[in-house]
Design a protein around this ligand. Structure first.
Ligand code: SF4
Length: 499
């Protein structure tokens, strides 16, 4: 009997949001979001001052944490973006309310527009995205994770300030005006597909401003945009992807780059449309099919424009590309060029190893994700020449499922298990991106200190690239002094007063 092909998906039917999905998403603290119907541009004027830098102009002017900053040079301040936009003048007329609600006025003269005023404003509340994307990670989380993970935020201000992606569906005309007026560029935009019926199906919504209209607005107003496509096999690949890339290429240079990232599915995916996974075979075929087009566009623009996340190559079992000709990769946060970036300072790392090798053998267990073991080969070889044995310790992600390969989602429990199963190393290294920086907590809320206590092992996170990797080892093995400025970009240089 001949096999019949499954019927093509009906993209006009939006998958219903199941009660289970609603329950998970609502677990977020409602105060974390505001309704997606409210325009950020219409937020009320006046923002609380969170902290004042010690010794700053603001401190000298007597401004205190807890006061409210209402206006700068007559312009209403709604958030940090307004503060930076209007606060860059040299002469500032600040209208404030003090802690008692008494109106105050302070004049500040800076030596240059760049001089630091010394105010930190309270962080703004973000918008809810209003989407139910078929690939949304929030919909695929297990229960009892930290609350903030269930928040489906989308805010063009964060896109501008931190490079987080927005779909654009929450953008109101006044928001677009503000982006253009305040030159909030670049913006990071999730495109996924330019076929609007397919795009809305992927986003799980019935109505949205066409993405090409949003992109055209940015082009007309000379706002640069970095875009991403979450690739869902059989849906926005093939001819749909060709169409999307044609449209984005035509919008260059307003569109600066396109990152294509593979769909990620956890074992908690429930009540969502069935999607074919990105298998190694699919990843190999996808790379084979897209590479000629990527190269042709790169030749035309003189720089890589369409970029595949490194995860494609890791899933396919291929070597991730080198971007040595392009020092400033725009989509690093999206996993494009992560492997290349890690090895950018390999030469420095080798020099340090030559100069400071331990005089007795030192054994390191390097915790990593299951797919990232080959990434460590080069650094392990360099260490081997310096009396240091590095053994990659692949760690299965049991919390999210074996199909999740990114190091940033490794949990304390899984790492603890890996270390327990691989005892006896002098030191264990962790990818620093699986820890929240300000409190060194893993996604499952375990802290680094707890992991150290539970395992009794020396465990150190690596936050930078190859140089940081070897410096972290040598610090433990020989007392080498770690270059904090290079390795740990978290070094605080400003002292803040919160009271
Ligand atoms: S826009 Fe982002 S947060 Fe919102 S549903 Fe889609 S993937 Fe989830």
């Amino acid at each position: 009997m001949s096999k019949t092909a499954p019927p093509p998906p009906d993209y006009t039917r939006i998958s219903p949001v199941t009660p289970e999905i609603r329950r998970r998403v609502r677990r977020a603290d409602p105060s974390d979001t505001i309704s997606s119907g409210i325009s950020v541009a219409k937020a009320p004027v006046g923002v609380e001052i969170e902290a004042v830098a010690v010794g700053s102009l603001a401190a000298a002017a007597g401004i205190r944490p807890g006061w409210k900053l209402n206006r700068i040079n007559g312009h209403g301040i709604r958030d940090t973006v307004d503060f930076y936009f209007h606060g860059s003048d040299e002469e500032l007329d600040l209208e404030l309310d003090d802690s008692d609600g008494t109106a105050r006025r302070v004049f500040v003269e800076k030596k240059s527009p760049e001089e630091f005023l010394g105010l930190e404003l309270k962080q703004f509340t973000t918008q809810n995205c209003g989407c139910n994307c078929v690939f949304c990670f929030v919909h695929q989380l297990p229960d009892e994770m930290r609350k903030s993970l269930y928040v489906k935020d989308e805010d063009y201000r964060l896109s501008f300030m931190q490079g987080s992606y927005v779909t654009g569906v929450t953008l109101k005309p006044e928001d677009l005006d503000r982006i253009a007026t305040q030159r909030l560029s670049p913006i990071y935009l999730s495109v996924h597909a330019v076929d609007e019926v397919l795009r809305r199906w992927l986003l799980g919504i019935r109505k949205a401003t066409p993405i090409l209209d949003v992109l055209e607005f940015f082009r007309e107003n000379r706002i640069q945009v970095h875009t991403q496509i979450v690739l869902c096999p059989t849906h926005n690949d093939g001819a749909q992807l060709d169409r999307t890339l044609d449209a984005l290429v035509a919008l260059h240079p307003s569109v600066q780059s396109v990152a294509i990232v593979p769909l990620g599915m956890t074992k908690w995916r429930d009540g969502l449309p069935a999607l074919p996974p990105v298998t190694p075979e699919y990843a190999r075929q996808f790379i084979r099919r897209t590479t000629p087009r990527l190269r042709e566009i790169e030749r035309r623009f003189g720089e890589p424009f369409v970029l595949l996340a490194d995860e494609w190559y890791l899933i396919a079992g291929r070597k991730a590309p080198s971007y040595s000709k392009y020092p400033d990769l725009p989509q690093l946060e999206n996993g494009v060029g992560m492997v290349y970036h890690f090895y950018r300072d390999l030469r420095d790392a080798k020099r340090i190893l030559r100069d400071s090798a331990p005089d007795r053998p030192w054994r390191v267990g390097a915790v990593t994700s299951t797919l990232s073991v080959p990434v460590l080969e080069k650094i392990a070889a360099a260490c081997a020449d310096a009396n240091i044995e590095v053994t990659p310790l692949p760690t299965v992600n049991t919390l999210f499922g074996e199909t999740i390969h990114v190091t940033g989602l490794l949990t304390g429990q899984d790492i603890r298990r890996t270390i327990g199963e691989n005892p006896g190393f002098d030191q264990y290294l962790l990818p620093g991106n699986c820890l929240r920086r300000y409190d060194t907590k893993f996604l499952d809320e375990m802290t680094l200190a707890q992991l150290r206590t539970k395992t009794g092992a020396r465990i150190d996170p690596v936050l930078g690239g190859a140089r940081d990797f070897v410096e972290t080892i040598l610090e433990a093995a020989t007392g080498y002094r770690h270059d904090e400025a290079k390795g740990h970009a978290l070094a605080q240089t400003v002292h803040w007063s919160n009271s």
